[in-house]
Structures are given as structure tokens and as C-alpha cells.
Design a binder for this molecule. Structure first.
Ligand SMILES: Cc1cc2nc3c(=O)[nH]c(=O)nc-3n(C[C@H](O)[C@H](O)[C@H](O)COP(=O)(O)OP(=O)(O)OC[C@H]3O[C@@H](n4cnc5c(N)ncnc54)[C@H](O)[C@@H]3O)c2cc1C
Ligand code: SF4
Length: 484
């Protein structure tokens, strides 16, 4: 374990941020990295618990061996730390930046609200490994002669492609957009994760023999049927990007938008690309000098808030229909599981006005353009409370209330009823495949990531990509050494 008495001697420290007034002036990452010595001290706090809840099902979805690499970092063995981390996670520099870190909620020290700063240590291991030149292509020494196509280059597709190439298969990734990365590149803003980290991984994967075919919308530019005919296996990792419909009157007014075109557009702007994406064609949407209202309480809503501040919004209000969560969870009731408690994202901390238990009744406007959002207080069952209606001034509103499932146009429209889709109570539609073999109802077609499980997290997409790769390798070769 790290230092036997570390948790008694060393205080928890998290990486610091640039001040809000500085960071909203740019779109770059704003976390101030800790020194190696500080990271090593934080790793020394790990108690190497008999049952490490951080690493098990209650914590990290890819089962990172957290106590092991904490010990390696404490002892300055960065090379072995990245080797260990890579054995469970292909892209720790992604998760070290954007994961909500359920591992830290599961940490035993979280019983005292002072968990090990696991996520920061994970990021530091990956960043240090790049700095020291430890991350290089690892091409397979023996080729299998099998060809595998992966549809979609988000974290699920990338993780699967890397695993499959390392198992010796000839892997081809087909991506609708102009660059690989999926929501990591076009959904998540640069201030949470800069995109050069994706480019570096793409280069590594190309060195391992993965071929990326961008600007191919499978189902439209090339058929699934052709991919199935030309490959031994096809893995569909197309994500879950269809926005949930709000059904709020007034959505047709100028100034009311879904969150995705707004975020995609800004990511493309920062990436010096044309702002028009294949999936999200749109006129420029800019928040400078505007009163902005964001409807929704999740990650996507929060990213709209941070983006609007950076574009120079005058005021940003975020509406959440859920009750305000408690400041602190009842540890004895929920630990080591992910608790519902008040969380304030860095974007919200930049000055957002947050309203809880508020329903959105209508977008109101003049001459076809939004002027305000009509709201109402709701009770705990989300029923409107009569007489509590109010209007928030708004020139721009974003709807960020979640996602319904994969885009219909493309793979789904081509395969039609051959591909079994699961529709749930809330109208979500996901591709049916289990987590043992990830096989769909179509022969030779597997599926993983958000397209299968619904909009989720980067770390879950990596887990599913890795597990699907193993299932495919086993199906093609009769056996596999890839980890689950
Ligand atoms: C705004 C936003 C912020 C988020 N923030 C976080 C966060 O901070 N932390 C976190 O852990 N998670 C976050 N998430 C969730 C996370 O990004 C996703 O769960 C994750 O990216 C899913 O990975 P995936 O590979 O399954 O799908 P995606 O990342 O959606 O990738 C799917 C890819 O498939 C491509 N594709 C789809 N159809 C076709 C086709 N027919 N032909 C070719 N290509 C196709 C798409 O263009 C896309 O590149 C966020 C999501 C959003 C929308
Ligand atoms: S991937 Fe997420 S849950 Fe796993 S160790 Fe990293 S921060 Fe924690």
C-alpha cells in the first residue's frame, strides 16, 4: 500500500482551477496540474482496503486497480503505474479528465468526506506517461487475417478498435463526422477536455494498424450490408444522440435550440472546423450579450452553461425540475454507492443561477423570437403549483433534457426491423444486445456503448467497447486472451 500512515498524516487535496473570471475568457482546460510530488503524496493516502470499493462494481466501471497504482505512484514507478492502468482502461487521460469519479464516492475515506483524489491521480499517470514517452503503438505481432469494421469512433468504438487491432485483426473504423472521437470531440467542450488527447490516441491506434474512414455515414454513404459482406464482424458503436422531445409550446421560436447543435458548433469552432456538422447542421448560435436559459439539470445542460459564459452571456439561468438535493448524503444509507447530493459543476460555479423544482410551461416571444421562458414551481411529484407561474427574460434557450436513442437515419433506417430495438417507458430506443456477447439480432453485427445502453458515461463506453472486442475476438477465433 501507499504509505501506511499516509491517510492519517496527509490532507486530501484536489487540483486547483483558474479563477472563474480568468477561465471564462478562453475555451482551454483550466485545471492547474499538481506537481509530481503532490500527486505522490495524495497517492500515499490510499489505505489499500481489504475490499476496495473504489475498484469493484460499486466504484469504477472499468475496474481500474486503483490501490495498486496508488502504491506505484507513491513509490515513483510511473512506468508500471501506466502499464497497470492500461490493463483495464485504454484511455485514462480521457476518464482522468471527464469521469464523474464514482470511485471516489466508493472510497472508504469518503466516509469522512476525504476520499483519495483518484481521478486526479489517474490523469497524472496518463499525462506523465506521455511526457516520459511510455505511450507508443503496440502493434500485434501475429495477424489473424480477420477483418472487423467498427461503426462510430466515440470512446466505445475507439476502445473496441484498439483491443481488436492488438488481438491481430485488421480493423476499419467508419465515422460519420470529419474527425474521430464522438461526443468526446464534438459534445464535451474543450474546457473539460482538449482534443489533442484524442488526436494522440488516434495516431497511436493508426500505428497499431487501425484505419479510420471519416465522413462515412454508414447506412447512407456506405451500406451496412456491404460492411457485413466485406468483414468477418461489424461492431455498431453509433452513440445515442437523438434529443428527448420537450413538448414545450413555443419551441419553434427563433432563439430556442436543442443543446447538441450549440455544443457541436462551438467545439467545431474551437477545432477550427466548419461549424456545420453532418448530424447537426445549423446557423451560428452565439450567446454573447444575451440572457440565456438552459432547461435541464445534467452534464449537457452544464456544458451549455459553461459555453454560454465563455461566449459572453449576460446571465445564465439553469432550470432543474428535480428538487434541490441535500448538501450532504447520509453515508450510512448510501455509501459506497453513488449518492444523490448537491453537486456544483465548474461551469455552474462560473455564475449560473440555478432554479430547482421548476417546470417549463412555455417559450414566449415577439415577432417570432424568444423573449422569455414561462415557468412554474412544481411539487415533489412534479405537479405544477397553482399561482407560482413566473417568466424569466431570455433571448436564447437551450433544451438539454436527455437523449432518446440513436439517430434514426443511417444504420437503423437501413436495417429496419431486422435490428431489434428496445423501447422503454420514457420512449428511449436502444439496440438490443446483452453484456455477455454484445450480439445483435443481425448476423455478424455486434453493438456496444450508448447505442446499446442509452446515453451514459465515457467510462461505461470504454468498458463496453473492451468487452465487445473480447466477445468478437472469441467468436472469430474460438478463444481469446482479451480481458473483459
Ligand atoms: C454534451 C455532453 C457532455 C457529456 N459530458 C460527459 C462527461 O463529462 N463525462 C462523461 O463520462 N460522459 C459525458 N457525456 C457522455 C459521453 O460523452 C457518452 O456517454 C460517450 O461519449 C458515449 O460513447 P459512445 O462511443 O457510445 O458514443 P458517442 O461518443 O456518441 O460516439 C458515437 C459515434 O458514432 C458516430 N456515428 C453514429 N452513427 C453513425 C453512422 N451511421 N455512421 C458512422 N458513424 C456514426 C457518431 O458520429 C459518433 O462519432 C456527455 C455527453 C454529452 C452529450
Ligand atoms: S475511470 Fe472514473 S471511476 Fe474509474 S478510476 Fe477513473 S475516475 Fe474513477
Amino acid at each position: 500500500m501507499g504509505k501506511v500512515t499516509g491517510f492519517l498524516e496527509i490532507d486530501r487535496q484536489v487540483a486547483k482551477y483558474q479563477t472563474a473570471s480568468d477561465r471564462i475568457r478562453h475555451f482551454r482546460e483550466f485545471t492547474i496540474p499538481m506537481s509530481d510530488a503532490e500527486v505522490q503524496k495524495q497517492a500515499a493516502r490510499c489505505m489499500d482496503c481489504g475490499i476496495p470499493f473504489c475498484h469493484g462494481d460499486t466504484g469504477c466501471p472499468v475496474h481500474n486497480q486503483i490501490p495498486d497504482w496508488n502504491d506505484l505512484v507513491y513509490n515513483g514507478n510511473w512506468k508500471e503505474a501506466i502499464r497497470n492502468l492500461h490493463s483495464t482502461n485504454n484511455f485514462p487521460e480521457f476518464t482522468g479528465r471527464v469521469c464523474p469519479a464514482p470511485c471516489e464516492d466508493g472510497c472508504t475515506l469518503n466516509l469522512e468526506d476525504i476520499p483519495v483524489t483518484i481521478k486526479t491521480i489517474e490523469q497524472a499517470i496518463a499525462d506523465k506517461a506521455y511526457e516520459m514517452g511510455f505511450i507508443v503503438p503496440q502493434p500485434a505481432t501475429v495477424k489473424t487475417g480477420k477483418r472487423v469494421a467498427v461503426i462510430g469512433s466515440g470512446p466505445a468504438g475507439m476502445a473496441a478498435a484498439q483491443q481488436l487491432a492488438r488481438a491481430g485483426h485488421d480493423v476499419h473504423v467508419y465515422e460519420r463526422e470529419s474527425k474521430p472521437g464522438g461526443l468526446l470531440r464534438y459534445g464535451i467542450p474543450d474546457f473539460k477536455m482538449e482534443k489533442n488527447f484524442i488526436d494522440r490516441r488516434v495516431e497511436q491506434m493508426q500505428g497499431e494498424g487501425v484505419t479510420f474512414h471519416c465522413c462515412f455515414n454508414v447506412g447512407l454513404d456506405i451500406t451496412v450490408e456491404k460492411l457485413l459482406a466485406e468483414h468477418d464482424a461489424v461492431l455498431y458503436c453509433g452513440g445515442s444522440e437523438t434529443p428527448r422531445e420537450a413538448g414545450i409550446p413555443g419551441v419553434e421560436l427563433g432563439g430556442v435550440h436543442d443543446a447538441m447543435p450549440y455544443l457541436v458548433q462551438q467545439n467545431r469552432r474551437v477545432g477550427r472546423e466548419n461549424i456545420e456538422s453532418v448530424a447537426w447542421p445549423s446557423d451560428p448560435i452565439l450567446a454573447g450579450g444575451k440572457h440565456v436559459v438552459v432547461v435541464g439539470g445534467g452534464d449537457t445542460a452544464s456544458d451549455c452553461v459553461g459555453t454560454a459564459f465563455r461566449q459572453g452571456a449576460v446571465r445564465v439561468t439553469q432550470l432543474d425540475i428535480r428538487p434541490r438535493p441535500p448538501e450532504k448524503e447520509d453515508k450510512m444509507a448510501v455509501w459506497p454507492f453513488w449518492p444523490s447530493k448537491m453537486r456544483t459543476s465548474s461551469s455552474q460555479a462560473e455564475g449560473a443561477v440555478r432554479e430547482f423544482q421548476v417546470g417549463t410551461l412555455e417559450f414566449v416571444g415577439e415577432d417570432g423570437h424568444l423573449t422569455g421562458v414561462k415557468c412554474v414551481q412544481v411539487d415533489e411529484k412534479r405537479h405544477p403549483i397553482a399561482g407560482t407561474e413566473f417568466i424569466i427574460k431570455a433571448d436564447l434557450a437551450f433544451i438539454a433534457i436527455g437523449f432518446r436513442g440513436p439517430m434514426e437515419e443511417g444504420v437503423l433506417s437501413e436495417l429496419g426491423e431486422k435490428l431489434t430495438i428496445n423501447t422503454d417507458r420514457r420512449g428511449s430506443k436502444n439496440v438490443v444486445a446483452n453484456t455477455d456477447d454484445y450480439k445483435t439480432s443481425v448476423d455478424k453485427l455486434w453493438s456496444a456503448g450508448d447505442v446499446r445502453r442509452g446515453q451514459s458515461l465515457v467510462v461505461w463506453a470504454i468498458r463496453e467497447g473492451r468487452q465487445a472486442a473480447r466477445a468478437i475476438d472469441e467468436a472469430l477465433m474460438g478463444k481469446t486472451v482479451l480481458p473483459r
